[in-house]
Design a protein around this ligand. Structure first.
Ligand SMILES: *Cc1c(COP(=O)(O)O)cnc(C)c1O
Ligand SMILES: [Zn+2]
Length: 464
């Protein structure tokens, strides 16, 4: 009997397969990343995406209410009784007229997929539901991650709610926003702060996990990416199962962009969609490895035979220059994205483009998302800033239908928001000016008034 699900090395020259109940984060033959793959015939895939239109909100079934597991048939690596949920993925595709105008798109052409509305406040919960499910299948007792904040918040939340695993998180020093750190601490995760940056924390956690047999939940874990495919299913659902022209997503470790490409390539193979959207991955200019490799040095997936020398050379240059990633968008402040090759594959599948945006552009875009009433953390706004840039280049047409992914909640990083709107020039300089941000183009400043009724009334009349 063929297994419904298995793991496979992504390298075309290797392609080694592994059983579904092995806990691996790399091919044991060649070291490449692994995919979760399915035998769709025995998995009995759906015939139409409309089969997912059930009245989930009336259902008493916890799994039917999960925005991940109601699409279980498109990620069938576990049986129903093994699935883990804490209520993730109940997110909506939002209209955003004000942001559409800012980006330069026609009315109704821009949508925001607001993944900040997850239990731990970021899209990571989609992937964590799948990773926890797999951790249970392999009998893991402890899970770990390196994190710029949101993966650790998600891991800590899942561990605390499910009591299924102990959580150990590795963070770099001084690079985590208090919103995120407060979650890991409050949820009770063992928190290890390393004197180094994210890339250092990532290297160490891999070593510790392999020595101590700890289950790793970073996005090198292929099951994380299975859960994150469902973000795209919900986007399609929000569009009445029509495929948009563009998906725009911030790029950090490149797990999300990789999973989106996999989602669309599978839906296309299964005949559930008749075309794939184009993918735009947006780097912060201070952490622009993908942009440099893809747009400048022309590194391509090349059907599974990428010229790895191009990336190796670039990483050596970064080392020689002792170059560290540097951006206000801490969630994407990453120079060595672990899913680089999977993302290159997604860019091939989706005829993708990569752009870089400055912290100034990120914060201005963020303020527009906030003014539209949703709000997001800085990294998320890179998607909107990137869409604006692509629109002004004419790569995105004004009649295109565009979906930007808002990856994390506004309250994850209140310092960045308050510093943007503040009248306190010292605070602005310290938090934003130091990163080359020169002005708060859309600041909504608090007005200072004496403690006096007449003065207060005068001020309100003057400014409203
Ligand atoms: C993790 C994260 C990202 C980066 O996603 P990748 O999958 O690592 O590229 C972007 N924004 C937020 C808010 C995140 O938490
Ligand atoms: Zn391999």
């Amino acid at each position: 009997m063929t297994e419904v699900a298995f793991q496979r090395c992504i390298s075309a020259s290797c392609g080694q397969t592994f059983a579904i109940n092995e806990a691996l984060v790399a091919c044991s033959d060649c070291g490449s990343l692994l995919d979760v793959q399915y035998d769709w015939d025995s998995a009995k895939s759906p015939r139409s995406l409309r089969e997912f239109e059930t009245s989930n909100f009336e259902s008493q079934n916890r799994l039917a209410q999960s925005g991940v597991w109601r699409f279980h048939r498109l990620l069938p690596f576990a049986s129903p009784e093994q699935l883990v949920t804490i209520g993730e993925g109940k997110t909506l595709l939002q209209h955003a007229e004000q942001v559409a105008q800012y980006v330069g798109l026609g009315s109704g052409q821009l949508h925001l997929q607001y993944e900040g509305m997850n239990p731990s406040g970021s899209f990571k919960d989609n992937g964590m539901a799948a990773a926890f499910t797999h951790a249970g299948m392999v009998g893991a007792t402890t899970a770990a991650c390196a994190s710029t904040g949101n993966t650790s918040a998600s891991l800590a939340a899942f561990a605390a709610v499910t009591r299924a695993l102990k959580a150990v998180i590795f963070i770099g020093s001084g690079k985590i926003s208090y919103g995120k750190l407060s979650q890991a601490l409050d949820y009770g995760a063992l928190t290890v702060q390393i004197a180094g940056d994210f890339d250092d924390a990532m290297d160490r956690v891999r070593e510790v996990a392999s020595q101590l047999g700890i289950y790793l939940v970073n996005s090198i874990n292929p099951f994380r990416l299975e859960g994150q495919k469902t973000i795209m299913y919900r986007v399609l659902e929000g569009l009445g199962w029509e495929v948009p022209d563009w998906i725009v997503v911030p790029g950090g470790n490149l797990g999300n962009s990789s999973s989106f490409g996999k989602a669309f390539s599978e839906l296309y193979q299964l005949g559930l969609i008749d075309r794939v959207p184009r993918l735009a991955v947006i780097n912060a200019a201070g952490a622009n490895t993908l942009f440099e490799l893809y747009e400048n040095r022309k590194l391509r997936w090349n059907d599974g035979n990428p010229d790895t020398q191009i990336a190796d050379d670039y990483y050596r240059e970064l080392d020689e220059a002792q170059s560290c990633a540097e951006t206000i968008a801490s969630a994407i402040e990453i120079n060595r994205p672990v899913n680089l090759y999977k993302c290159l594959r997604a860019l091939q599948v989706c005829n993708g483009v990569v752009r870089e945006v400055t912290d100034q552009e990120i914060l201005d875009a963020k303020s527009q998302v906030g003014a539209g009433g949703l709000g997001c953390e800085p990294a998320s706004a890179a998607s909107v800033a990137g869409a604006k840039q692509l629109r002004s280049e004419g790569v995105i047409a004004d009649s295109d239908r565009v979906v930007c992914i808002l990856t994390g909640h506004l309250l994850k990083d209140p310092d960045a928001t308050v510093a943007y709107h503040t009248t306190d020039q010292d605070m602005f300089n310290q938090i934003l000016g130091s990163r080359g941000v020169q002005r708060a183009s859309f600041a909504n400043r608090a007005i200072a008034v004496p403690n006096d009724l007449d003065e207060i009334i005068k001020a309100i009349q003057l400014y409203s």
